[in-house]
Design a protein around this ligand. Structure first.
Ligand SMILES: *Cc1c(COP(=O)(O)O)cnc(C)c1O
Length: 403
């Protein structure tokens, strides 16, 4: 049913029935909302009652199930995608004096993870049709100090990996994938996370499709690297807690380097295992709603709907459109008008180089497409429980505002 209980009989040319504009909206339609059910609650209770709450058997199980879902060899669970990226960069030998190329059009954690290693983020401009790194703008950024490219699959759309990997190969650079938003997305027929680069890093923050509250995962096909990541995520301890706990003879660990506490808890992993079972449904619903948006919004000449290259399958972690010339309102004014209609939206992906720690006149001039997309992009509501009627209301509101 429509929000407010009425379904209007006016249909637009795209063929869906839409809820009447006048239908009273009582609660604001959020831009995103995690889906957490009774199974997740039970899974956490089971862990609490087991007596083993931090990284333990549920984390191992989540890692194994994640690997078999993705089709990768090794998955290493950590506390967030930010810590995943930090560990992945360090394990690739990135450190002080190095440069790492990444997009500015990304969540700030992408660049922060580079700074945490002591290296310098070098921002590459993006392709305004995909919101991902433009391979044509990479080589001009490479210097003798460049060590790696941190490629983001922004809002879940895979970046142009074949061309980016070719450039990295030619210059001997490591490629790490910031796949924070990209669970379930596919590139050349494989799920993102079957690493195209050396490692791929995922986020399980509630704003992403699969959530554990906070959490992250690193995938790799290199067993030596996986072992290194596992050690360093828990203080570089030579024996895991589980091994010590189950040892028949006293077992003492050593600490041969300076590690971190980047562990995931078993409560989080238990939620993750349950969410992984729901992922197929999540993806199906998101893709259905995204197709529906695209079909409905395509006739609006002032709006750019998502473009998906033919070798990619998008998970629509976010549904982002862009305002083109010919629309009377500026992006922020449109957002305000939509909020007054109880529709919550978000400005596009941020431009990291505009935030205080990263500001410089150089970046302002060298990232025109990033600035353009960041100023004109708009993320529309899309979440698992969103009804067709919710979506019709959003679509109808956009049509009404163009007048
Ligand atoms: C969300 C996000 C991150 C950070 O993930 P956390 O799990 O919150 O640390 C990093 N990169 C991108 C592109 C993101 O969208």
């Amino acid at each position: 049913m429509a929000r407010g209980g009425q379904v209007g009989d006016r249909g637009y040319s795209w063929g869906c029935k839409v809820s009447a504009l006048s239908s009273p909206i009582t609660t604001t339609i959020p831009v995103a909302r995690p889906f957490i059910g009774a199974e997740e609650e039970q899974a956490v209770i089971d862990v609490l009652r087991s007596g083993w709450v931090t990284q333990g058997p549920r984390v191992s199980e989540f890692e194994e199930k994640f690997s078999s879902y993705i089709g990768c060899d090794h998955s290493v669970a950590v506390s967030s995608c930010t810590t995943a990226l930090h560990l992945a960069l360090l394990a690739s030998g990135v450190g002080p004096g190095d440069e790492v190329i990444c997009p500015s059009l990304s969540f700030i954690a992408t660049a922060n993870s580079i700074v945490h290693t002591g290296a310098l983020p070098i921002f590459g401009d993006i392709d305004p049709s995909t919101f991902n790194l433009d391979p044509l703008r990479i080589e001009e950024l490479i210097t003798p100090r460049t060590k790696a490219i941190l490629v983001v699959h922004q809002i879940g759309l895979p970046a142009d990996m074949n061309r980016l990997l070719a450039i990295a190969d030619k210059h001997g650079l490591v490629v790490i994938e910031d796949a924070a938003c990209a669970i379930g997305s596919e590139y050349d027929g494989n799920l993102i996370g079957k690493p195209l680069g050396k490692m791929a890093c995922f986020s399980f923050h509630p704003r992403k499709i699969l959530t554990t509250g906070e959490g992250g995962m690193i995938t790799t096909s290199d067993p030596v690297l996986a072992e290194k990541l596992r050690r360093r995520r828990q203080h570089a301890m030579s024996l895991s807690d589980v091994v010590r706990h189950n040892a028949k003879q006293i077992a003492s660990e050593t600490y041969d380097e300076v590690g971190f506490n980047f562990r995931m808890t078993d409560m989080q992993a238990a939620i993750g295992i349950t969410q992984l079972g729901r992922l197929g449904d999540f993806l199906q619903r998101r893709r259905y709603l995204a197709m529906r948006y695209t079909k409905a919004l395509l006739p609006l000449s002032w709006l750019q709907v998502p473009f998906v290259p033919s070798n990619c399958h998008h998970n629509y972690q976010s549904y982002m459109v862009r305002l083109l010339d010919g629309f009377a309102l500026k992006r922020d004014a449109l957002m305000q008008k939509l909020l007054e209609k109880k529709i919550s939206t978000r400005r596009a992906i941020m431009a990291i180089h505009r935030e205080l720690p990263y500001r410089s006149p150089h970046w302002n001039d060298s990232l025109p497409q990033t600035n353009l997309v960041s100023d004109t992009g708009l993320i529309l509501p899309l979440f698992h429980q969103m009804t067709d009627a919710d979506q019709d209301y959003v679509i109808e509101s956009l049509y009404a505002l163009q007048a």
